[in-house]
Design a protein around this ligand. Structure first.
Ligand code: ZN
Length: 432
């Protein structure tokens, strides 16, 4: 275990495990982040209200997205922002509009595939069900059935003898529908009535829903010396959690040359194009309103944006011992080797040389080592919210993150030191 020079240590990783377990959906994730920010003195502001120029910590919630910022004493209208960006969504199985299905004596829930999950990892897991219920009275509420409720049963090997020679072939429509009990008398509305009962609501109260399945197995330390963490949704709640902790810590700094910001978006896993995604106007609108609420002009807004830097934090790939040849031969990020700087010259990542210097300075100040990630030329490179943020708002952006294994599995794996090493680097960045 490393000796950290920033405010965070292994306790941060333990808190991450609590955060992951409490955040089965983007809606729960932003609630978990807001709860931590409230404890640090931040207060929610409504997008529908007029904003004022007061100092202190503030945040906006919109669906599965949160933007939070801290206005220090004596700040100018043109003071630039320092932003940590991340995303709250993870690939999973989501409930269809008419979910009540089944046959042959089994009750099933019809699901749609969200993003690009490793489908095999969802088989034979005990799944809970969580999300957001929209009620007849116009309000919404969170729901979380945190117990084994559903399962996508794998076909027995006796009926699929070629699975090891031809590979496991999963049809997204036919083979991924979970069972959730027994019975032949399946009726439309059964699942929603079950959720109304579980939530203490009356029949017909729920008129809309955004529901998704998740593995109920809690995160756990793993390895000979417990040097690893296994758990769900590290991509990318690991970054959301680290950024939330870093913003709360930065808010207690004595002086801040920048306005520190957390921006955690929904819908990264399917392209970010939504009112809560990184390709929407949410972040730009919040930053502009913050400038104007402090009496700034469009000139101040332009000056602030021109001096702003965003660290876009998302998970990347640690070198896989069984598939090392899939990585670039000279770039092998290791678990517990510190955060990664992600580079792709074709702008799948927004990092350039100047951005590298900004991140290197933050890591040096925090006493945190960092590693570089670049794809093998023969492999397509993933992407994230970094290039979108840079292009949409004209903001200098650097893509960074933490190297994990099993990205997009229902249960991912990371080093137990990396979450707090990332958080320490983020605080150093936000504090300037
Ligand atoms: Zn991600």
């Amino acid at each position: 275990m490393r000796t950290p020079s920033g405010p965070f240590d292994r306790g941060h990783t333990e808190d991450l495990m609590t955060f992951l377990a409490a955040s089965p959906t983007p809606y729960h994730a932003v609630a978990s982040a807001a709860e931590r920010l409230e404890k640090a003195g931040f207060r929610q502001v409504e997008e529908t209200e007029a904003w004022d120029g007061t100092t202190g910590g503030k945040y906006v919630l919109r669906g599965g997205a949160i933007v939070a910022w801290y206005v220090p004493e004596g700040v100018a209208a043109h003071t630039p922002f320092r932003i940590v960006g991340a995303h709250t969504d993870s690939p999973n199985l989501r409930v269809k509009p008419r979910p009540d299905a089944g046959g042959h004596g089994w009750r099933q829930v019809a699901v749609e595939i969200y993003g690009g999950p490793l489908l095999n990892s969802w088989l034979d897991r005990d799944l809970g069900l969580a999300g957001r219920l929209s009620l007849r009275d116009g309000t919404t509420r969170l729901v979380n059935i945190d117990r084994p409720l559903l399962r996508v049963p794998q076909l027995a090997i006796h009926m699929d003898r070629s699975v090891h020679t031809d590979g496991l072939k999963l049809d997204k429509q036919r083979h991924m529908q979970p069972v959730w009990g027994l019975g032949d008398d399946v009726h439309e509305g059964d699942l929603i009535r079950f959720l109304e009962d579980e939530s203490g609501l009356g029949e017909g109260d729920v008129t809309g829903w955004d529901l998704m399945t998740y593995s109920v197995e809690p995160p756990a330390f793993l390895g000979r010396d417990r040097e690893l963490v296994a758990g769900p949704r590290m991509d990318n709640l690991l970054s959301v959690h680290a950024a939330t902790a870093a913003l709360a810590a930065a808010a207690s700094a004595e002086t801040l040359p920048y306005i520190p910001v957390l921006a955690a978006f929904d819908h990264e896993e399917n392209g970010s194009q939504s009112d809560t995604g990184a390709d929407g106007p949410l972040l730009g609108s919040v930053l502009e309103r913050s400038v104007f609420a402090r009496g700034g002009t469009y000139e101040d807004r332009a000056r602030a944006f021109a001096g702003t830097v965003c660290l876009s934090s998302d998970t990347g790939h640690a070198v896989h011992p069984n598939y090392a040849e899939r990585h670039d031969p000279t770039h092998h990020p290791r678990a517990n080797g510190g955060p990664i700087l992600k580079v792709n010259v074709n702008n799948r990542y927004a990092t350039d040389g100047a951005g590298r210097s900004v991140f290197a300075a933050a890591c040096e100040k925090a006493g945190v080592p960092f590693q570089s990630f670049v794809s093998n030329n023969a492999m397509p490179c993933g992407t994230t919210i970094g290039p979108i943020t840079a292009a949409r708002h004209g903001i200098k952006t650097v893509d960074i993150g933490v190297a994990i294994l099993s990205m997009h599995s229902v249960r991912e794996l990371c080093g137990a030191d990396d979450p707090y090493l990332l958080a320490n680097a983020l605080v150093a960045f936000l504090e300037g």
